[in-house]
Design a protein around this ligand. Structure first.
Ligand code: DUC
Ligand code: ZN
Ligand code: ZN
Length: 474
């Protein structure tokens, strides 16, 4: 018998959450999960998962779309192409950054970013803030008001000339996070060390893309990670270290945790699947494709990142999708030139490949449990940014954002991806799985074909973080 109250039943699902794996039918009404059970009545629509694994839609809590850049640079993906790629790779919620430019009010940055998103997003989205100019008005009025309004996380940069804050400014911003219960994310690299090394490399004529890694050795990240942790300790506020690349930063985070400090950590696919050799072993400019910060390290560091993913050191697994076309004057070849590594825009694409890479090389390669995969890619990001349990879970009342996985071998080709970037750093890599279907609020957005729903992606106001103090393991 058909139950007119059920818009959709996903039948015979092998449901995986952050804590359990079980067989169930999933009943959906009004875009939300309303029933989990066996032999649910017939829905208006039916999807047969045929025993395949069904996970919550991914929450990519660190990606950059259409972020304003100084000319000639321009990001390849806007909210249309970026969220299209997200959906096709199993991500149903994204949290990109409304970036304040120095001299700009934070409110104006948020208004501008809404304008960029409106009518374009295919998946649901929230905003982090980037605070680059913490004036008294920003600290006392704008930031508290924005936090109250659902913008409950912000990123602080310790490097990049146009974004970085000094230690005093970081303390001021952390104090606002403490007073108002927001989540502070830190990009931890020592700007002066990078500048000092960069000048020396340039003076020696070492300007090829591979020298980007030489200008940002691990100690640069280690020192800044320790300083960020110390500044947060002084203010007595939790802090989240983003895009951790390897051993030295990991050691600082372990040290902090052992001392009872609330330090969360995020890592990204590039630190599992790329090494500094991908920036070039000779002076070829192709290495520009993998220029990102912090840079990828080496195989031994990849293992350390895998260990941290498994043992609870890392709380989040995000893409840090920062899309620049390779062969383009607004991308990796500014004004059409093969420039010194200093001027290559930092970032690599990854919003579409994040979930399939970790599912393949983590879960199916036996390096990680399915439940830990769900925790890192969906549940914890939703908790860290106040979107749980609406997002990041398969539970009664959660949005019906689901991924049905197809476990089959495929070779990654940029031609098959849906971003607007002209390359993927993972070209030719063999994967063991890809989403068969992605559903958002019960609507199929990917089933081997992309079903556009531009403008139907909803803006989400974030609540306060609900992560456990130990990084979300309980
Ligand atoms: N590093 C960042 O901090 N942001 C975007 C891309 C990158 O490589
Ligand atoms: Zn960063
Ligand atoms: Zn980033």
């Amino acid at each position: 018998m058909t139950d007119p109250g059920l818009d959709l039943v996903v039948r015979r699902a092998r449901v995986a959450t952050a804590s359990d794996t079980f067989d169930a039918d999933i009943g959906v009404a009004g875009g939300r999960i309303v029933q989990l059970g066996v032999d649910l009545p017939k829905g208006v629509r039916e999807i047969d998962a045929a025993g395949r694994v069904v996970t919550p839609g991914g929450v990519d809590a660190h990606c950059h779309f259409d972020q304003p850049m100084a000319p000639p640079l321009r990001m390849a993906d806007d909210f249309d192409t970026g969220t299209r790629a997200a959906a096709c790779g199993g991500t149903t919620t994204v949290i990109p950054f409304a970036a304040q430019m120095k001299g700009q009010s934070l409110k104006a940055a948020v208004a501008d970013y809404h304008h960029r998103a409106e009518g374009r997003a295919h998946v649901d989205y929230a905003f982090h803030l980037i605070v680059s100019d913490p004036t008294p008005a920003v600290l006392k009025e704008e930031l508290p008001a924005l936090i109250r309004d659902g913008y409950t996380s912000f990123k602080i940069y310790m490097t990049y000339e146009d974004l970085k804050l000094d230690d005093g400014q970081i303390l001021d911003v952390l104090e606002v996070a403490r007073e108002h219960g927001a989540m502070a994310m830190v990009h931890a690299e020592n700007a002066d060390c990078i500048e000092w090394l960069t000048k020396r490399l340039e003076a020696a004529g070492r300007t090829a893309p591979r020298f980007h890694a030489h200008s940002r050795p691990m100690l640069v990240e280690r020192e800044a990670t320790h300083r960020a942790i110390s500044l947060a300790e002084l203010v007595d506020v939790p802090v989240l270290i983003v895009h951790v690349s390897g051993r030295e930063a990991v050691e600082q985070i372990r040290w902090a945790r052992a001392h009872g400090l609330k330090v969360y950590a995020e890592t990204c696919p590039q630190y599992l699947f790329l090494t500094a050799a991908d920036l070039g072993i000779d002076d070829s400019y192709q290495g520009a494709k993998c220029v990102c910060s912090p840079p990828p390290r080496d195989k031994a560091n990849q293992e350390i990142i895998w260990d941290g993913l498994n043992d609870g050191l890392f709380t989040l697994f995000s893409s840090d999708h920062a899309p620049f076309r390779y062969d383009a004057p607004e991308g990796k070849k500014p004004d059409g030139e093969e420039v010194s590594f200093r001027h290559i825009p930092n970032g690599i694409p990854g919003v579409e490949t994040r979930m399939p890479l970790l599912y393949s090389e983590g879960v199916l390669a036996g390096r990680m449990t399915l439940n830990r995969f769900v925790e890192l890619t969906a549940t914890n990001p939703a908790k860290a940014y106040g979107l749980h349990p609406r997002k990041g879970s398969i539970a009664i009342g959660s949005d019906a954002d689901l991924v049905i996985w197809n476990e089959r071998e495929l070779v990654l080709r940029n031609a098959d991806l849906h971003h607007a970037v002209d390359y993927t750093p993972y070209e030719g890599q063999t994967l063991k799985a890809w989403p068969a279907l992605t559903l958002i609020g019960g609507a199929v957005v990917w089933d081997g074909q992309f079903h556009p729903r531009a403008g139907l992606g909803r803006f989400l106001r974030c609540g306060k973080p609900t992560l456990a103090p130990d990084g979300g393991r309980n």
